[in-house]
Each structure stands twice: as C-alpha cells, then as structure tokens.
Design a protein around this ligand. Structure first.
Ligand code: ATP
Length: 444
C-alpha cells in the first residue's frame, strides 16, 4: 500500500537538496553512485536522530553501556561471524537490457522490472556484500581487511572487555552508533539503501531462560520510540518474520516498518539471536565468552536480543512523516498561499529557534545579536536577515524550526520580541529576560 501523497518522495528529495539536508556526493564531478553528503541542516537532523536513540538506549538506562569500535577489521571476525560465507545477495542480470537485480527483492522472479522481458535472467550468483581492502602498502592476502558491514560484531568481540571493565551482569547491553558499508547490488530510493550508511545497534545479553521475554520487551520499546518522536501510528507497523524468512540463528525477528511512498519497508529489525554470535567467536578465538554468576556459581553463554536500526534511513523516514503542505494566509498581507512545513518533534528539529531581525536596518543588528547570544548556549539556532520576513518564515517552516523569534524596532524600547509558532503560526510577545525560560519547556 503506497502512502497517500503520490509525489511525496520527489518533494522530499527536492527539499533535501534545496534546503541543505542532503546533497548528492561528489556533486561537482557529476555525483558518485548512490552516495550522499549531509548538508548543514541534514547533519543536524541526523545527529538529533542519533542523539535521541543514544538518550533512550544508553543515557536513560543503567544497564546499557556504549562502544565505538573500529570500522576496519580483520577477516577473522567475518570468518567467525559467518559473513564471509553467507553475507551474500542473489544477483541476476537481464540478458536483454543488462539491468542487474537482487533476485530476492523482485516482485516477479521471472520478469525484469527494467524492461519488462520475461525469462531473460541469468542464473542467480551469490554476491558477497562486504567491501574488501588492504591494510598497508602491499596488496597481499595477509593484508586483507574489510570495512564492517554492520556495527554488531564490534559488541560481540568486545563482550569480554566490556564485561570485565563495566562490572555489568546479564541482562545488560552494549550500544553503538556508526558507519557501516555494504556493496549493495541495487542501492536506491534516495538514502534508503546506500553503500555507506549509519547504524544504531544494541546487543542485549540475557540469561537464556529470559530471552523470549526480553525479545518482546525490545519489540515494544523500539516501536514506541518512533511513536514518541512523532511518527504517526498508522504509518508504522511491527511485522514478525515468517519462519522461512528467519536467519538460521534467529528464533524470532520482527521488523519495525514505515509506510514509505513505495510501500511498507524496514527501519529496524529486532532479533533473538540466541547464543550464536558469542559461541562462534569463542570457538574461533579460543576465548571464553560467557558469564560467571558468583552468587549462584552458574556459568553460561548469554543469549542476545538485538535491536538494529539504520540512522540515515530513519532520518529520511522522520522527514517523510513530518512533511506537510497547507493553505494559509501570509502573515501581515491578508493574501493566501500554500506553505510546506516539516512538523518535526522538537527533539529532532535541526534548528530549535531562528532569530530573525525584522529588517536589515543596522539599528536592529546589536539587539538581534544579543538575542542570538542569549539563545545559543541553550538551543541550536539559525540566524537569517535576508529577504522579506514572510519568506524567511516559509524557509524556517521548510526546515521544521519550531520557533521564530523576530526582533523589531519596538524591541529597542520594550526589550521584548515576537515568538512565532511553526505549527499554529500564532505569535506572542515575550520579554527578553523571560525568553529562555519561555522556550525551554516547549523544546524539552
Ligand atoms: P535490507 O533487508 O533492507 O537489506 P537488512 O535486513 O539486511 O536490510 P540489517 O542487517 O538488519 O538490515 O541492518 C539493520 C538496519 O540497518 C536496517 O534495518 C536498516 O535500517 C539499516 N540498513 C541496512 N542496510 C542498509 C543500507 N544499505 N542503507 C541504509 N540503511 C541500511
């Protein structure tokens, strides 16, 4: 089922470039294959998504700690994890138009979606998605290294280090945010599927008997996280995997899916991975990766519940969910116009406040800078003195800025400013002395 606005995808992609959220990478050289750069506003949105995740997964919990593991990694890790043998997608080529597709993502495995030909696919080949490189100056087998295709293995190989230094005991978690790389056969749908992307993953180590209970707990927690950050419930669903869809080590996986313009698709997977990963690394490395409970004298390999989300993909989903258009009266003109507004949750909004001097008149500059200086230690602010005020409001609406603070000539006398609310467009006058206290509870 596609989302209601047929043009939503194009509108969001255009807005991303026009307003500095996301640029095609290497733009001045004609772009570089489904690779993107996050611009001045996009970097703030992405950072806010990651901060919101870290806050809920690490800061607000006593039993979860953070990690930042290396991206470059030796083959031994991927040999043990099974990625060297199994991290593959089935690839087919159309003999007629030469388009390349992932067989498992085709609606009809007999028909080429590019040219419509039937029965023209080559035999499927298994294609390993890991990026291979060489560490050091010699390109020999002994120097082979991989860019990690997921952040998760960093948690498993550091299980012992973290256990010993953090003094945690199951249930406890290790969380990590960082870049991952997959040589995707068919990247696409803008930043939805790219070869370089960011993940937010947590491995939650639990006593085996409690695994099912924690799996259910994390499915609910992770679904609620999106809702609390403003995603409408009717655009979000939790889809349990069918038995034939499960990875061989998983005894339960559910995806949090968002209703993208092209239909339901994955934002995050929550999986009950059992003791597969710790056992695999223990066997390959010879280290004991288990927990010894001194109180009961019991020794066991914890089971793992893994909520694995994509930061870049999720940031785009939040943008799509926040996108709105409406007919309004342009402030102070009595004339109607349509406005685009990103109704971001304040925690996710790139800028929280924009300081806008009413005009470029230099009498307004000192007090406008003073207002900016008052707000900057508390909130990420934009400052804009170009163009007519109405156009600047529209620009901030498109960035999703919850509040605009306008400095006018009365400010010079009454030491007060006008605050304009993004969603209601209502305006109110607030004294400079009370400005921070007025905005803080609204911005959280
Ligand atoms: P898919 O089926 O879409 O290829 P996956 O099930 O292989 O994804 P996981 O390995 O579970 O994905 O990775 C966890 C999360 O990382 C995904 O839910 C997604 O949000 C993100 N992710 C994975 N691959 C990509 C990619 N190529 N581009 C952007 N985000 C990605």
């Amino acid at each position: 089922m596609p989302s209601d606005d047929a043009d939503l995808f194009d509108k969001v992609v255009n807005l991303c470039k026009r307003r500095g959220f996301v640029f095609p990478s290497a733009d001045i050289y004609g772009g570089f294959r489904s690779t993107y750069d996050y611009g001045p506003v996009g970097v703030l949105l992405l950072r806010n998504v990651k901060d919101a995740w870290w806050r809920s997964m690490v800061q607000l919990r006593h039993e979860v700690v953070g990690l930042d593991a290396a991206i470059l990694s030796p083959p031994a890790i991927w040999q043990a994890s099974g990625h060297l043998a199994n991290f593959t997608d089935p690839l087919v080529d159309c003999r007629k138009c030469h388009a390349r597709h992932r067989l498992d993502k085709l609606e009809d495995p007999e028909t080429c979606p590019t040219c419509g030909s039937k029965g023209t696919f080559t035999e499927a080949r298994q294609f390993n998605l890991m990026f291979k490189t060489h560490a050091g100056p010699v390109e020999e087998d002994a120097a082979v290294a991989y860019l990690r295709p997921e952040t998760a293995q960093g948690m498993f190989i550091n299980f012992k280090n973290v256990l010993e230094t953090s003094r945690k005991k199951p249930p406890f978690g290790i969380a990590q945010i960082g870049k991952s790389f997959r040589n995707e056969i068919t990247p696409g749908n803008f930043v939805f599927r790219t070869r370089e992307f960011e993940q937010m993953e947590m491995e939650y180590f639990v006593p085996p008997a409690e695994a099912q209970q924690w799996y259910e707990y994390w499915c609910k927690e992770r679904f609620d996280w999106y809702v609390e950050l403003g995603m409408p419930k009717d655009k979000l669903r939790l889809r349990p995997h069918a038995t034939d869809e499960l990875s061989h080590y998983s005894s339960g996986t559910s995806d949090v899916e968002f209703l993208f313009p092209w239909g339901w698709d994955e934002l995050e997977g929550i999986a009950n991975r059992g003791d597969y990963d710790l056992n695999a690394h223990a066997k390959a490395s010879g280290e004991k990766l288990e927990y010894f409970d001194q109180a009961s004298g019991e020794r066991y390999v914890p089971y793992v519940i893994e909520p694995a989300a994509g930061a870049t993909r999720t940031a785009m989903a939040f943008m799509m969910a926040a996108y709105d258009e409406e007919e309004v009266e342009r402030e102070g003109t009595g004339k109607g116009e349509s406005r685009v507004v990103l109704r971001f949750h304040p925690r996710l909004a790139p800028y929280k406040v924009a300081v806008l001097p009413l005009s470029k008149n230099e009498k307004l500059v000192p007090v406008s800078r003073e207002v900016l200086g008052l707000l900057q230690p508390h909130f990420m602010c934009d400052y804009d003195e170009t163009q007519a005020i109405g156009r600047r409001y529209r620009r901030q609406d498109e960035l999703g800025t919850p509040f605009c603070v306008t400095v006018d000539f009365d400010t010079l006398d009454d030491r007060a400013v006008t605050i304009r609310d993004r969603d209601t467009m209502a305006q109110e006058r607030v004294p400079l002395d009370a400005l921070v206290d007025h905005l803080t509870p609204k911005l959280g």
